[in-house]
Design a protein around this ligand. Structure first.
Ligand code: NAD
Length: 483
């Protein structure tokens, strides 16, 4: 399918070329062929987008004077507009990122659900009355922050932009979205949806561009009140430092090295299915990938055999194949990085149980075989660092204490999985895991209603649910002396 979607920047309700006239060429990771060319925002464009967002959200501005209920209607209309283009956006995402249309479809549906969920929040952001001494009335309200910046990675380009955009708008903020230059296309559809839903000009702006230029300009812009950054831990630290210069708030959603902890009483078929899905979905390019399998020694061989059987029968393909269940990784250089990690694992003593290279029948496309490495100890590089590809590392444990120690011995703390039929064990282990999210007998899973985020170097702050409403509002206390 040829790309026929938007190719310009979306600033202040207009579709415009970059001030520099520069463009970004994107390639389809499955065919390696050029797919689209879009405007490439630089510092001047980001500044124009922030200024537009600032005027739209200013006191007495159109967005500020839109009632909470009406804001909800606009968000619902955006959800409808996105849903109406669901298949188109999913296919674009599939060609831009390499994921299968099925995976891309789930991404778009999650965005529709998220906008509908936050549409219901707009008139429920309430304050509180404070019982202070004396003849006073004292209350606290929650106000919007102002201009919010959204810096988005390439692995879930549409969903991760929508995840923070929806609550930011619901709380009365305006937004500038900066998608990754590797996958700039789907975020532009937020411009179309905002137009179709009748949002005032400047409330939503979309500026695809490079991280070092457009991303950094957004994170350090003095008129941006809050930055939501989703991406790697290293870049996240830089964004935090940039934002610190203007004392701008940040939400950071960073990397992960999620463990799936499988106890001997688990339903092994269900565990094999969940572990397989948790590492090979999106070709393993997920912050919350279950990239470590921690399995009790009594069931390790049996479980690994079941996972390997599933991995070896996973059909590889993408937006151009109907039956693909795992796509290529995003680029040639990323494939090199993933293959290097596999070699390093073997050098450090791991055994390849399946995969380990480039599939023989895929001459084009940046495919990597679904790979399982056994005999991995927790000190090996492949157990500690985020590979961000279809590579599962397997470590055995002998009791619950060791399982918890291994799971928590990581610089990351995003999502952990527990597989057991024992109710009290499930609760006790979930309680002991130093992770922002724990899922029992299912992996991975999240909902617009539930907080998403991690501990340690996986991030700072939370997205989704009521938590995001706190992130995108600030408290204002009002005291009235009526005594
Ligand atoms: P990345 O950090 O390279 O880039 C993320 C975004 O930041 C891109 O838009 C990029 O252009 C921009 N950027 C790069 N340099 C910048 C700078 N100096 N200033 C401001 N912005 C800059 O990440 P990636 O390679 O696109 O994505 C993969 C990473 O994202 C993985 O580490 C993954 O774990 C993480 N991730 C985390 C979550 C989560 O919710 N925790 C979700 C998805 C991905």
């Amino acid at each position: 399918m040829e790309y026929s979607g938007p190719t310009s920047l979306y600033i202040d309700g207009d579709w415009v070329a970059a001030a520099s006239d520069e463009t970004i060429e994107t390639r389809d990771p499955a065919t390696e062929a050029p797919y689209a060319e879009v405007a490439r925002a630089g510092e001047a464009d980001v500044d124009a987008a922030v200024r537009a967002a600032n005027s739209a959200g200013a006191r007495g501005g159109e967005w500020e004077t839109t009632s909470a209920a009406e804001r909800g209607e606009k968000l619902r209309a955006m959800a409808d507009a996105i849903e109406a283009r669901k298949d188109e956006i999913a296919l674009v995402e599939s060609h831009d990122n390499g994921k299968t249309p099925f995976e891309a479809g789930m991404e778009v549906q999650m965005v529709v659900d998220t906008f509908r969920y936050y549409a219901g929040w707009t008139d429920k952001v309430t304050g509180e009355y404070n019982p202070v001494p004396g003849g006073r009335v004292n209350y606290t309200t929650r106000e919007p922050l102002g201009v919010t910046g959204h810096i988005v990675p390439w692995n879930y380009p549409f969903q991760l932009a929508g995840r923070s955009l929806a609550p930011a708008l619901a709380c009365g903020n305006t937004a500038v979205v900066k998608p990754s230059s590797q996958t700039p296309l789907s975020a532009l559809y937020y411009g179309l949806a905002a137009e179709e839903a009748g949002l005032p000009d400047g409330v939503v702006n979309v500026v695809p561009g490079s991280g070092s230029e457009a991303g950094s300009a957004l994170a350090s812009h003095p008129d941006v009140a809050h930055v939501t950054f989703t991406g790697s831990t290293e870049v996240g630290k830089g964004v935090m430092a940039d934002a610190a210069a203007t004392v701008t708030g940040v939400t950071l959603e960073l990397g992960g090295k999620g463990p799936n902890v499988v106890f001997p009483d688990a339903d092994l078929d269900a565990a094999a299915k969940g572990v397989h899905y948790g590492i090979f979905m999106n070709a393993g390019q997920m912050c919350w990938a279950g990239s470590r399998l921690l399995v009790h020694e009594d069931v390790a061989d049996d479980l690994v055999e079941r996972i390997v059987a599933r991995a070896e029968s996973t059909p590889l393909g993408s937006g151009i194949d109907d039956d693909g269940r795992m796509g290529p990784v995003v680029s040639e250089s990323h494939r090199e990085d993933v293959l290097e990690y596999i070699s390093l694992g073997v050098e450090e003593g791991a055994t390849i149980a399946c995969g380990g290279g480039v599939p023989e029948d895929k001459e084009t496309g940046y495919f990597v075989e679904p790979t399982v490495l056994t005999d991995v100890t927790n000190d090996m590089t492949v157990a500690r660092e985020e590979i961000f590809g279809p590579v599962l590392v397997v470590t055995e444990f002998s009791d619950r204490t060791e399982a918890i120690e291994l799971a928590n011995d990581s610089p990351y703390g995003l999502l952990a999985g527990v597989w057991t039929e024992g109710l009290s064990r499930a609760h006790r282990v979930a309680d002991a895991l130093d992770y922002g999210m724990v899922s029992v007998n299912e992996y991975p899973v999240t909902f617009p209603q539930t907080p998403f985020g991690g501990t340690k170097q996986s991030g700072h702050g939370r997205e989704q649910g009521a938590e995001a409403v706190r992130e995108f509002t600030q408290a204002k206390n009002v005291n009235l002396n009526i005594g």
